[in-house]
Design a protein around this ligand. Structure first.
Ligand SMILES: Nc1ncnc2c1ncn2[C@@H]1O[C@H](COP(=O)(O)OP(=O)(O)O)[C@@H](O)[C@H]1O
Ligand SMILES: [Mg+2]
Length: 324
């Protein structure tokens, strides 16, 4: 039985359809990712799965428990790390975790041992007696992951876990997260709008405007782009283009003095191209498709576009503020 089951889930806010009739399953032990731009419906979906929000229609089950009918059992089965921190900044790291252990009525004899174990796992054991207010963003997020694991949930939900962290803390956090399924016997359900972060997932659902538009492993999704893109510059592009089109029967695009050939496997295609074009070749470059290319192919826009326009609106509001 899949650990997460979602059947025809829909959530509307007034006339806005935030989640639009989505269905999917997640198998136990996986890292499953929801990838999509801001406003796609990621947080709404995760909130319903965590029993924090009720759906307009559809059914969701975690570890076989219905999120609507058996919310208490669902909550015992899950750990949550959300965008806004809920740590108590005036308590130490250790106190925050012990408080959580009380909330989940962990057996007294095990409390201390389990708290120590998760603190060690996220590399915060040495700082356990420091107040959380002294922690960096990355340390706080790691402490939240530790807290999410304390009651040994079957599923850990992470909503944009690296949002607001610097690149170093982001990559540190990913190291912890990718070790979780094996070390803690937990399934990960995470959301992100960073395509490069979604690469760590075993399976990804790409979501846009409340709809799942593709779902597969990162490798399979990238195959949808149609292969690798090989760019070549030559001494005579017109002749080279003619030769490639005739000998390989491939479509060639020409842009800024370079030829672009899409081939299923760039590593085997390049030697053939060089053999054919001989000394006319000046440079060759291979570009593997990214998840952003997949999103572009499916929607005609890039995930980043949305991010940039978001930044633009932040900049605009800063400018407006300064003028006052
Ligand atoms: N409580 C709410 N009331 C009204 N609209 C909401 C509410 N929560 C989310 N939305 C809207 O639903 C859509 C999906 O939001 P959300 O799930 O937060 O997207 P994401 O997490 O992918 O950025 C957005 O258009 C958002 O403005
Ligand atoms: Mg969100």
């Amino acid at each position: 039985m899949p650990i997460i089951q979602v059947e025809r889930l829909t959530k509307t806010f007034g006339t806005l359809v935030a989640v639009n009739d989505i269905s999917f399953d997640v198998e136990e032990g996986m890292i499953f990712g929801f990838l999509g731009p801001n406003g796609a419906g990621k947080t709404t979906t995760i909130s319903i799965l965590c029993t924090l929000l009720s759906p307009t229609s559809g059914r969701t089950l975690i570890a076989g428990f219905d999120c609507m009918r058996e919310p208490a059992k669902v909550r015992k089965s899950i750990g949550i790390v959300f965008q806004d921190t809920t740590l108590d900044k005036d308590l130490t790291a250790y106190e925050n975790l012990v408080f959580h252990a009380y909330l989940y009525s962990l057996p007294k004899a095990e409390r201390r041992e389990r708290v120590d174990a998760v603190l060690r796992f996220v590399d915060l054991y040495d700082r356990k007696d420091d107040l959380v207010r002294k922690f960096s963003g990355g340390m706080k997020r790691r402490l939240e992951v530790a807290r999410g694991l304390l009651h040994r949930p079957r599923v850990l939900f992470l909503d944009e876990p690296t949002l607001g962290l610097d690149p170093q803390s982001r990559s540190n956090l990913w190291e912890f997260i990718t070790e979780l399924p094996k070390k803690h016997n937990v399934t990960i359900f995470m959301t992100t709008h960073y395509m490069e972060e979604a690469e760590v997932c075993d399976r990804i659902a790409i979501i846009d405007h409340g709809k799942i538009i593709a779902m597969d492993s990162p490798e399979e999704l990238k195959k949808m782009v149609g292969g690798d893109v090989v760019s070549i510059t030559t001494t005579d592009n017109a002749r080279a283009r003619h030769d490639i089109e005739h000998l390989f029967r491939m479509n060639v695009a020409e842009k800024e003095n370079a030829l672009y050939v899409t081939c299923s496997r760039g590593d085997t295609c390049i030697p053939e191209l060089i053999r054919t074009l001989g000394e006319r070749v000046l440079s060759v470059r291979i570009q593997r498709p990214t998840l952003n290319d997949v999103f572009l192919k499916l929607t005609g826009k890039t995930i980043r576009d949305e991010e940039v326009s978001g930044n633009d609106s932040i900049r605009a509001s800063i400018r407006a503020h300064r003028r006052r």
